[in-house]
Design a protein around this ligand. Structure first.
Ligand code: EPZ
Length: 427
């Protein structure tokens, strides 16, 4: 198991390249199943979850070939080709390790006329059901059957007739599965109360490039005219807005001046607004976002919400940054029921945080002290790194495999701007 050691006290300055977005890559990859032609994705981040998804696609008959990186990209180029779908099941042992595997459901159903996925079960941040994914496919005309922990969706005569789903709750994944299922539907599919995250826009743009007609991209109502023959495409994955926001929080608490090259400010307005309200200087420019801070921050009141609101994936990182802000901040997590696993770990470093139901009150403290801490989920792990950047002494973050799922070359990127950080392998 690897650990990451951080010794606090250094200001950060220089340039951090922002990688391709994990949460976009994980919905663009399964689009390869929608056609027998090659799909080339550029700017793919080097992440454990991307590799795991590639292995799953291989098991379904889709080849994946890594090519070099293009100079203007930070990530890899991968060409995928599902000449023939040889299996239509995402098994339990894969889905339980990576919940995003359920995103093969829609494309497999669209391409092969049937798909079986294991029900994902819960994870650290909540029970995360997939009922909305299934409701959408049923609304588009699929026959659904759930037995012994698996759900199978079938399209009579191989193509969905089409239909309309009104989501009672905004769901990123359910919107993604619905879009991919609709891509080859015989009739029109309408998604109301669709998620509007930038990753959804990225997926819509790729599907359009593959020959699907989609109206309302970026809005809460998507109308999809599927096609029997999707063709291949070459597409560049959008930059990771959560990675960029995470490093901005690191600069906020540690102090310094860092250029987040490749970030897209348009995807992050709620995050940038919150940073400015806390006293961080944010300059948006053509190539990214420049963030600077003297480390002296004011309190915030923040509630997570679907895009364009404040992202739930930024809550833990802001909480870490606010542990040293003057006054008391109040963070409310409205999306997931258990996304405060980082609180007890931050408290071990001296943070003053009280969780009451869905809200956490963070009272700024003068000092944090380095300690051995445990990563529990992806964004919680990043909050511990952020706190470690200002904690006195050494912070020893264990179980960093959580981090490796969503942050490419983290210690390299932070060392390059002056952080005292290293990865230690326990063999
Ligand atoms: C995506 O998860 C992201 N993951 C998450 O990022 C992110 O936190 C989340 O969207 C919200 O923005 C990927 O894109 C791979 P949801 P997803 O469906 O699709 C409930 C990270 O750190 N719900 O929008 O699973 C659900 O329980 C990860 O990068 C149902 O009730 O999220 C939650 O309360 C963590 N039934 C809410 O909706 C369903 O069928 C939003 O979940 C589906 C979801």
């Amino acid at each position: 198991m690897d650990r990451i050691l951080v010794r606090g006290g250094n200001r950060l300055s220089g340039t951090i390249p922002i990688s391709g977005a994990k949460n976009s890559a994980l919905t663009l990859l399964p689009c390869a199943l929608l056609t027998d032609e090659p799909l080339t994705l550029r700017n793919l981040p080097r992440l454990a979850d991307v590799d795991s998804f590639g292995h799953l696609l291989n098991q379904l008959g889709c080849s994946t070939m890594i090519e070099g990186a293009r100079p203007e990209d930070f990530g890899r180029v991968m060409t995928l080709r599902a000449g023939k779908v040889t299996a239509t099941i995402a098994p339990y042992d894969i889905v339980r390790k990576m919940r995003a595997s359920i995103l093969v459901l829609g494309p497999l159903l669209a391409r092969a006329g049937e798909a079986t996925v294991s029900l994902p079960g819960g994870c650290a941040i909540g029970n995360r059901p997939i009922d909305l994914h299934l409701k959408a496919l049923e609304a588009f005309g699929a026959q659904m059957e759930t037995t012994s922990g698996y759900v199978t969706a079938r399209a009579k005569d191989g193509r969905l007739p089409g239909g309309k789903i009104i989501f009672p709750v905004v769901s990123v994944g359910a919107t993604e599965n619905a879009l991919m299922a609709a891509a080859r539907a015989r009739g029109t599919c309408v998604i109301e109360n669709a998620a509007r995250e930038p990753e959804i826009v990225d997926l819509c743009n790729l599907l359009v490039a593959m020959g699907v007609q989609i109206d309302g991209i970026g809005t809460e109502t998507l109308t999809i005219e599927g096609t029997d023959r999707l063709h291949g495409a070459t597409y560049r994955v959008m930059p990771d807005r959560i990675e960029a926001g995470s490093y901005a929080c690191a600069v906020g608490i540690a102090g310094g001046d860092v250029d987040l090259v490749g970030a897209n400010p348009a995807d992050m307005q709620a995050t940038l607004g919150a940073l400015r309200d806390a006293g961080v200087t944010v300059e948006e420019h053509r190539k990214g976002i420049r963030v600077s801070s003297d480390g002296k921050l004011g309190p915030l009141t923040l509630s997570t919400a679907p895009f364009p609101g404040f992202a739930t994936d930024m809550q833990a990182q802001f909480m870490a940054m606010l542990t040293k802000a003057g006054g008391a901040s109040v963070l409310t997590e409205t999306i997931f029921e258990n996304r405060y696993m980082h609180v007890p770990e931050l408290a071990r470093m001296g943070a003053d945080i009280q969780v009451r139901g869905r809200s956490a009150v963070v009272r700024g403290v003068d000092r944090l002290v380095g300690a051995p801490v445990m990563a529990t989920d992806l964004r919680a792990s990043m909050s511990l790194i952020i706190a470690g950047l200002v904690a006195e002494g050494e912070t020893n973050v264990q179980r960093v495999y959580h981090l490796d799922r969503g942050y490419e070359r983290l210690e390299e990127k932070l060392s390059a701007v002056g952080a005292d950080i290293e990865r230690v392998s326990d063999g």
